[in-house]
Design a protein around this ligand. Structure first.
Ligand SMILES: [Zn+2]
Ligand SMILES: [Zn+2]
Length: 636
């Protein structure tokens, strides 16, 4: 199906959070209302039919429960959920689905015959899949309502879920639409809409999904029997085998994720940290950088070579060296198969650990380490793509630094006295960088002769909150590496051409950036970065249980929350201690707060924000965290 290539995939992750307040949902498209009308009709008929079957047969069936116990149930009437309630209310609350004679079942689906019954909770892989799979329907429903999306598939993955849908040939989901989408998801979750399982005939299915070519195709290809299962949930009707949670309230909340990197067309890769020195000879590191690298001889080269297969030539194992940079490994990835101009630009991002044998005198705190990670990326592009790519790098840089609250200065470093390559190529590249900088619109300065021997570069000096400069990000052009590795792609005219490599880091060393951030905020982290967001302090031992509950609510919402229930210290001492530890917020709970289910809030600067409803306070903190405000304590 040609449409497949144009599906826009939004990837989300399920996350249990507190319920959020409701806001207006836009009027749904007409076809959605029609589909829902038909579903309701069929649903009413099915409910009637099941009730009459149960009444007519009134057959008792035997159910064996998890502990080996056997109980009686009524065919077509008793549900796994009812039996879970009989076992314990905790099980009924935590079960996400059932297994009936090995088959996955909704908790609300009536049992039909003698059964061996098991329950699935979120702690099992199958339980997680049910949870995430149910969440993907909530996202699909929101996309239908807000964007008029035509839904395709929404499977769960190992750590979350995603949903593929089609918005028209030219349309994608805009970043500005994510908050509204997220809000509708949260409203659906808060509304605790039941998942309703309906068996529909082939004709009914075609009628239900007449406006969705993807589902019609699925019906044609996958529905081999006379009927198939569809689920209704709120405004959503979807073709699905199930099972699902009982209702969307069990989801709690959803957080839409798009990592910045995917949006900007980078592929994240992982490369080994240890390579033969032969690689470093090709890249030139062994010649120019050997003193700064950790090299090691394999401990028992005999053992390694004899473990090779009999057919492999026996040779002593190579000397190995820990990688100080990712570029050579990325060159290997580029070169592992023939490349075409259509694949360019190829953007590879790598957060792998790097090792450099820095002299002990030059080490310092987090700012210079022998092992560190970079937000490193390499862009392989054609010469005529350079300018756009450089502009993309600069834009990425600005968006990240703005969020972190840094201002920055840019410097263009040009051809040094000892350089490799053609002078005219250098001139062209320097002009490209200069044009990109001018287009970018931020002030920049020229550092003549300060470029690397392999190409010109843009250095980024950022200023922290105290105005101190730090060199972190960099954008470097490289003409030499593609030649050294003989990297080639088939150009538009069919002839082989060499790509240009851009080395690019926005934060530079992640550890150094953490150090700079810690210095710049003086240990008073903004809420969204803070390792100490909230501490709950009960006034007396009688409030400890409620304090613990408040802590659980905050933690379930994904916030960092500790409890200071140490009754050996007075309340004011504990508040003081929390403020010295720079907890952004202290939630104090006494008798009054416990009975009204509220919290009394103070900030680390001892500003009293007064009494807040617990649910509203958690919601407000989440908003402040998600919008990454730098001064959550002042704007709470
Ligand atoms: Zn489903
Ligand atoms: Zn590099």
């Amino acid at each position: 199906m040609g449409l497949c290539q144009r599906w826009r995939r939004l990837r989300l992750s399920g996350l249990q959070t507190c319920r959020l307040h409701t806001a207006a949902v836009p009027a749904p498209p007409q076809w959605l209302a029609e589909r829902l009308g038909l579903f309701e009709e069929l649903w009413t008929a099915q409910v009637k039919k099941l009730a009459s079957v149960a009444q007519k047969e009134h057959r008792t069936i035997k159910i064996s429960l998890p502990g080996g116990q056997r109980v009686d149930a009524v065919a077509w009437s008793t549900t796994p959920y009812q039996l879970a309630q009989q076992i314990s209310s905790t099980l009924a609350d935590t079960a996400v689905a059932a297994q009936v004679n090995g088959e996955l079942y909704d908790l609300e689906r009536p049992l039909e015959t003698d059964s061996d019954l098991r329950f699935l909770t979120f702690s099992s892989a199958e339980g997680k899949a049910v949870f995430w799979h149910s969440s993907t329907h909530v996202l699909g429903a929101a996309a239908e309502q807000l964007l008029g999306a035509v839904l395709c598939r929404g499977p769960s993955t190992e750590c979350g879920f995603y949903h593929d849908f089609f918005l028209g040939k030219e349309r994608t989901v805009r970043g500005s639409e994510l908050p509204a989408l997220e809000r509708i998801c949260q409203e659906l979750a808060a509304a605790a809409q039941p998942f309703r399982r309906l068996e529909a005939s082939q004709d009914q299915l075609r009628q239900l999904f007449k406006d969705n070519p993807f589902k019609l195709r699925l019906i044609e290809e996958k529905v081999t029997g006379p009927t198939a299962i569809v689920y209704g949930c709120g405004m959503l009707v979807d073709l699905c085998r199930g099972p699902h949670l009982r209702h969307t309230g069990q989801i709690g909340g959803l957080k839409l994720l798009t990592a910045e990197y995917t949006r900007r067309g980078f592929s994240e890769v992982k490369t080994p940290i240890l390579f033969s020195t032969k690689l470093w000879e090709v890249s030139g590191h062994w010649e120019h950088y050997q003193e700064d690298m950790f090299a090691l001889q394999p401990p028992d080269s005999d053992r390694l070579s004899s473990s090779l297969s009999d057919h492999a030539p026996s040779h002593p194992a190579d000397t190995l060296a820990l990688k100080p940079m990712n570029c050579p490994a990325h060159c290997l990835m580029f070169a592992h198969r023939p490349r075409s101009w259509r694949e360019l630009p190829l953007r590879l991002a790598d957060f792998g650990a790097l090792h450099r044998a820095e002299a002990s005198g030059s080490l310092g705190g987090l700012t210079r380490l022998r092992c560190f990670q970079q937000d490193d990326a390499h862009i392989f592009c054609a010469p005529d793509q350079l300018e756009t790519e450089i502009q993309g790098c600069l834009d990425f840089l600005r968006s990240v630094y703005t969020v972190l609250g840094f201002s920055f200065r840019l410097a263009l470093s040009t051809r040094p006295s000892s350089f490799l390559g053609e002078p005219c190529l250098w001139d062209q590249a320097e002009q490209v960088l200069q044009r990109a900088l001018e287009e970018f619109g931020e002030p920049w300065e020229l550092n003549p002769g300060d470029g690397a021997f392999y190409g010109p570069k843009i250095d980024v000096h950022l200023r922290d909150a105290l105005g101190r400069p730090h060199q972190c990000g960099t954008i470097q052009l490289d003409f030499q590496l593609p030649l050294r590795f003989d990297l080639q792609y088939k150009g538009q005219a069919g002839a082989p051409e060499h790509p240009v490599v851009i080395h690019r880091a926005v934060l530079g060393s992640v550890e150094r950036m953490l150090g700079v951030l810690a210095e710049s905020c003086g240990g008073k982290w903004p809420l969204w970065l803070s390792p100490f967001q909230v501490v709950v302090i009960p006034v007396g031992t009688e409030q400890e249980e409620y304090a613990r509950e408040a802590q659980r609510r905050l933690q379930a919402a994904g916030l960092v929350c500790d409890l200071d229930a140490n009754s050996g210290l007075t309340l004011s001492r504990r508040v003081r201690r929390a403020q010295l530890a720079h907890y952004n917020f202290q939630f104090v709970v006494g008798q009054k707060e416990q009975s009204k289910r509220t919290v009394n809030i103070r900030t680390r600067d001892n500003c009293q924000l007064g009494e807040w409803d617990l649910t509203e306070a958690v919601q407000r903190l989440l908003e402040l965290q998600n919008t990454r405000v730098p001064n959550a304590e002042q704007v709470f």
